[in-house]
Design a binder for this molecule. Structure first.
Ligand code: UD1
Ligand code: CA
Length: 457
């Protein structure tokens, strides 16, 4: 197969978004629109990928910062789609092969569609191939004009005759072009139209007049090439992405009780026989194992959840790890760099931050555990707090295996509770507790017999 190059147009402002941000950095299902497009093109293994920038170019570049090997070209001012593609020429000079042209705002585009486009383009020996679709409401799109079944021109809405406006086959704006003679022909395009722009679709007429083969590929599902122009469209396309993602996961053996309310990002993986109750949010690079149960109102971001974990209602888990068989929540907050061990329990109103809770350990009620390393089979009583912050820096707490922390204790860090030690309820622990010891650090109780009766006299 010959070399493939990708050019993505992303210079436009997206005025109708009414945003300070450029349109293509807005996110659909947590991923910037332009990243969706680049992912669709990744399987083509392009030799060169050029993104055409204009409005707030530096911001788009910043959002794409993690992608290696991208080339950028600035289009200033923005004089139309043909002019935009011409800006890629310096990066493609001396290259051979096929250019696939994409827009940065079409997040539903599928890799398989681009593969079909390129394969058809090559199989038919075309110099240009246009991706088209049949739609009920073609308003605003370029119309595909055919003679004897063959494409002869694309006419923009504003330049179309009433008969042409009635055509329901539209230009997706996505094409495959042979590099030779693309850029020479682009320079022949003049802004002789209602909008005074350099129209890329004019290439069809130019190629036809030279007898160069132009082909079309007609999409089955026209939704794939829908672009985002407003916040409403962003929500509509996000809903489609969301529903597609839920369908894929259900097909792979995940139970999703209410797919309409399941918000699952494209980079999330979920094992078979896991059950998602309504209204869960699984974001970023989250991985969930097999046979888990995630109850309503849970949000998990960039975290790893092993097999057989139960996460009860209304928990937030961020950048953390929960080991197999653990139970979390309801109403638990697991903050970054925490690690919940196998079969461990984190109960209601318990907050973990940068804390490891060892296997079989339990912190079931109303606790703050921060910067703590807690061993196996530890019982952390209700209301226990690690006082990790001294006003200047964070200090560690260590609780060794099998220790028992009585309810409503404060562990004033840095401090260590030794293996199997007990801390009496209501203690404020400032010094290390030796293994096997009992630490009592609270005022001694005094009972005054008959005190109430005396007071009433
Ligand atoms: C374009 C096509 C139309 C097609 C439609 C599909 C032209 C003249 N028309 O119309 O046939 O049906 O797409 O959506 O090509 N852009 C730049 N620089 C520019 C102009 C545009 O980067 O100078 C980018 C925009 O950011 C956008 C894309 O190109 O991502 C399309 O531009 P837009 O002006 O929206 O074209 P349409 O009028 O939609
Ligand atoms: Ca558009």
């Amino acid at each position: 197969m010959s070399d493939t190059h990708v050019v993505v147009l992303a210079a436009g402002k997206g005025t109708r978004m009414k945003s300070l941000e450029p349109k293509v950095v807005h996110r659909a299902l947590g991923v910037p629109l332009i990243e969706h497009v680049l992912r669709a093109a990744d399987p083509l293994r392009p030799q060169t990928t050029v993104v055409i920038l204009g409005h707030r170019a530096e911001r788009v570049q910043e959002i794409l910062g993690k992608r290696l090997g991208l080339l950028f070209a600035l289009q200033e001012p923005q004089l139309g789609t043909a002019h935009a593609l011409l800006q890629a020429e310096p990066h493609l000079r001396g290259c051979r092969g096929t250019v696939v042209l994409l827009y940065g705002d079409v997040p539903l585009l599928r890799p398989a569609t681009l593969r079909t486009l390129v394969e058809t383009h090559h199989a038919r020996g075309a110099l240009a191939t246009v991706l088209t679709a049949h739609v009920d409401r073609p308003f605003g799109y370029g119309r595909i004009v055919r003679e004897d079944g063959r494409i002869v021109a694309i006419v923009e809405e504003k330049d179309a005759t009433p008969e042409q406006r009635a055509i329901t086959e539209i230009n997706s704006g996505i094409y495959a072009f042979e590099l030779e003679p693309l850029f020479g022909a682009l320079r022949e395009i003049a802004p002789a139209n209602a909008q005074g722009e350099y129209y890329l679709p004019d290439l069809v007429r130019i190629y036809r007049s030279r007898g160069l083969t132009v082909e079309t590929v007609v999409l089955d599902d026209a939704r794939e090439i829908l672009g985002v122009n407003s916040r409403k469209e962003l929500a509509e396309l996000t809903a489609i992405l969301k529903s597609n993602r839920a369908d894929e996961l259900m097909a792979a053996g995940v139970t999703i009780e209410d797919p309409a309310s399941a918000w699952i990002g494209p980079d999330v993986t979920i094992g078979t026989d896991t059950i998602l109750h309504p209204n869960v949010y699984l974001e970023g690079r989250t991985r969930i194992g097999r046979g888990c149960e995630v109850h309503s109102g849970v949000r998990i971001v960039d975290s790893a959840i092993d097999d057989g974990v139960v996460i009860n209602n209304f928990c937030v888990i961020v950048e953390s790890h929960v080991s197999s068989g653990a139970r979390v929540g309801p109403f638990a907050h697991i903050r970054p760099q925490s690690d919940v061990g196998e079969q461990a329990h984190v109960g209601n109103f318990v907050e973990l931050k940068k804390t490891a809770l060892g296997p079989g350990s339990k912190a079931n009620h109303l606790s703050y555990l921060g910067d703590a390393t807690i061993g196996a089979n530890v019982n952390v009583g209700a209301g226990t707090i690690t006082c990790n912050y001294d006003g200047e820096k964070k200090n560690p707490t260590v609780i060794e295996d099998g220790a028992f922390i009585g309810s409503d204790s404060q562990l004033i860090a840095p401090v260590r509770v030794g293996r199997g030690a007990y801390v009496a309820a209501g203690s404020s622990i400032t010094e290390d507790v030796p293994p096997g010891a009992l630490a009592v650090a609270r005022g001694k109780q005094v009972n005054k017999d008959g005190w109430v009766a005396k007071k009433k006299k």
